[in-house]
Design a protein around this ligand. Structure first.
Ligand SMILES: Nc1ncnc2c1ncn2[C@@H]1O[C@H](COP(=O)(O)OP(=O)(O)OP(=O)(O)O)[C@@H](O)[C@H]1O
Ligand SMILES: [Mg+2]
Length: 252
C-alpha cells in the first residue's frame, strides 16, 4: 500500500504551498481518485510519490518503505505513471515508447517487442498497425492509450494516472473510462487517479480525496462525501454537480 503522512511541498521556500499537510493511505487494489480544481496540488502530490518532485516535508511509504530509501529504478518499476501531458517521445514509435522501462530494465529486444505488442492490444490498438507509428501520426485518444500501455509495461503494482482523459472529447473519454474499469478488473492494480471532473471521480473511484489549495479537504467513499460532506468546499462541490445534473434532466 501507499501511505502518505503530512506531505508538504513549497516551491518558494515556504511563501506558498502547492501541497500542505496531506495524509492519506491507498489500500491494495483500490482506486483512489484525487479530485480538485486546477492548481490545487494534484500533480505535485503524484510526482512526489515517484520522486519526480522532492517533498519539503512529510513522508511517503510504498509497501512499508520510505520512497527516499528505495532505489529509483526499482521504485519506478513498481509504479507506472501516466503523465498529464502524455509525454510520448516524438522521435520514438508507439512500440518504442511502450518499451522504455523494459529497455531500462535490460530486457531483450524480443521480450520487449512481445510485451509492447501485448500491451498495445490490451489498450485496443492493433500492434501491427500502430506499433510502428510515430506519436504525431496518432490521434489524441490513441496517444493516451499508448501512455497507459507505457505505464503498464513492467507490470507495476501501482498506477498513478494524472488526468489521463482530461484533454479528450466526451465520447472518447467515456469509452476510455469504460475500458479502464475493465482493465482494472483484469489487472488488479492499485491506482491513484487524478481528475478535476466530479462525474469521472464518481464513476471510477472506490474512494475520493477532495483537494483544495494544497490541502486534502476530505477523503472517503463517494456516498460518504455526498451525504456527509465535512467542509463547505465539499458541500459546494456536490451542490454544483447536482445543479448540473438537474440541468441535463431539465433539458431532456
Ligand atoms: N515546478 C514548479 N515550480 C513552481 N511552482 C510550481 C511548480 N509546479 C507546480 N507549481 C505550483 O504548485 C501549485 C500546484 O500545482 P499542480 O501542478 O500540482 O496543480 P494541479 O492540481 O495538478 O493543477 P492542474 O489541474 O491544472 O493540473 C500551483 O500553484 C503551481 O503553480
Ligand atoms: Mg496537474
Amino acid at each position: 500500500m501507499i501511505r502518505i503522512e503530512h506531505l508538504t511541498k513549497s516551491f518558494d521556500a515556504g511563501r506558498t504551498f502547492a501541497v500542505r499537510d496531506v495524509s492519506l493511505e491507498v489500500n491494495e487494489g483500490e482506486t483512489l481518485v484525487l479530485l480538485g480544481a486546477s492548481g490545487c496540488g494534484k500533480t505535485t502530490t503524484l510526482k512526489m510519490i515517484n520522486r519526480l518532485v522532492e517533498p519539503t516535508g512529510g513522508r511517503i511509504e510504498v509497501d512499508g518503505r520510505e520512497v527516499q530509501s528505495v532505489d529509483l529504478l526499482e521504485l519506478r518499476r513498481s509504479i507506472g505513471y501516466v503523465f498529464q501531458d502524455i509525454g510520448l517521445f516524438p522521435h520514438m514509435t508507439a512500440a518504442e515508447n511502450v518499451e522504455i522501462v523494459p529497455r531500462l530494465l535490460g530486457w531483450s529486444l524480443e521480450k520487449r517487442r512481445q510485451r509492447s505488442a501485448e500491451l498495445l492490444e490490451l489498450v485496443g490498438l492493433e500492434a501491427r498497425t500502430y506499433g510502428q507509428r510515430l506519436p504525431r501520426r496518432l490521434s489524441g485518444g490513441q496517444q493516451q492509450r499508448i501512455g497507459i500501455a507505457r505505464a503498464l509495461a513492467a507490470d507495476p503494482k501501482y498506477l498513478l494516472m494524472d488526468e489521463p482523459f482530461g484533454a479528450l472529447d466526451a465520447v472518447t473519454r467515456d469509452q476510455l473510462q469504460r475500458e479502464l474499469i475493465d482493465l482494472r478488473r483484469t489487472l488488479n492494480k492499485t491506482i491513484i487517479f487524478v481528475t478535476h471532473d466530479l462525474f469521472e471521480a464518481l464513476r471510477l473511484a472506490d474512494r475520493i480525496g477532495v483537494m483544495n489549495a494544497g490541502r486534502l479537504e476530505q477523503i472517503g467513499e463517494p456516498g460518504e462525501l455526498l451525504h456527509a460532506p465535512a467542509t463547505p468546499f465539499v458541500t459546494d462541490l456536490f451542490e454544483h454537480a447536482r445543479r448540473q445534473a438537474q440541468l441535463i434532466e431539465a433539458s431532456t
